[in-house]
Ligand binder design. Structure first.
Ligand code: MG
Length: 207
């Protein structure tokens, strides 16, 4: 996983598009996050003086077989594992970048900004199109969603991305977050869960 790429999908849940005052995209909106940002369960999310930092719980798909120009009907054959992912975002930096028409790389790609649970075989999930997502901060529910609310489902995402970018074993697709993103404060305990799939718990530190 050290040299994988993380392809993230922006604005892929209707209610989240609304809370960000964005418009529903006609095609998936994708961006990359560096694999150096990945941390595991129990590690700390760290951010310096970069303004607001938000959590974003997401379902992660892990590629098991090289995917290049795959059809939607074959797409899930290329996904071997799934996991819970937190697409940590420096929201003020992202907003500035959006206003200026600049890339989001820094806002999304800092070290520790990709907490992820240990991947489990996709067969562990009864249906990837019907998974609950729950994110708690200090025990209090902040995000609650279900993968059935995605604008572009897992097959569409794998197929779409693979038209342009070859997906290789170990690569990760972070499929977007439901509504309820909120800012983190120093010392907050963040717990992202997909029941039946996993949990990733991380404390946020302002360093
Ligand atoms: Mg996201």
């Amino acid at each position: 996983m050290e040299h994988c790429k993380i392809v993230c999908v922006g604005q892929n849940y209707h209610a989240h598009v609304k809370e960000m005052r964005s418009i529903v995209p006609e095609e998936p909106m994708i961006f990359l996050k560096p694999s150096s940002a990945i941390i595991g369960d129990g590690e700390e999310i760290e951010a310096g003086d970069v303004g607001r930092v938000d959590h974003e719980i997401e379902l992660a798909l892990v590629i098991g077989r090289t995917a290049r120009k795959v059809l939607e009907k074959d797409a899930l054959d290329h996904v071997s594992h799934i996991a819970v992912f937190n697409d940590v975002t420096a929201r003020d930096l992202q907003s500035e970048a959006r206003r200026a028409g600049n890339p989001w790389t820094l806002a999304k790609g800092m070290d520790t900004f990709a907490p992820m649970s240990r991947p489990v075989p996709i067969s562990r999930a009864k249906d990837v199109h019907d998974l609950d997502l729950e994110l708690r901060v200090n025990g209090e529910i902040r995000q609650k969603g279900n993968t059935s609310d995605m604008i572009f489902g897992p097959e569409v995402l794998v197929s779409y991305i693979s038209r342009f970018i070859t997906l290789e074993p170990g690569d990760i697709i972070a499929t977007g977050t439901p509504e309820g993103v909120s800012p983190l404060n120093d010392g907050d305990r963040v717990e992202a869960s997909i029941p039946g799939v996993g949990t990733v718990r991380n404390t946020f530190r302002r360093v």
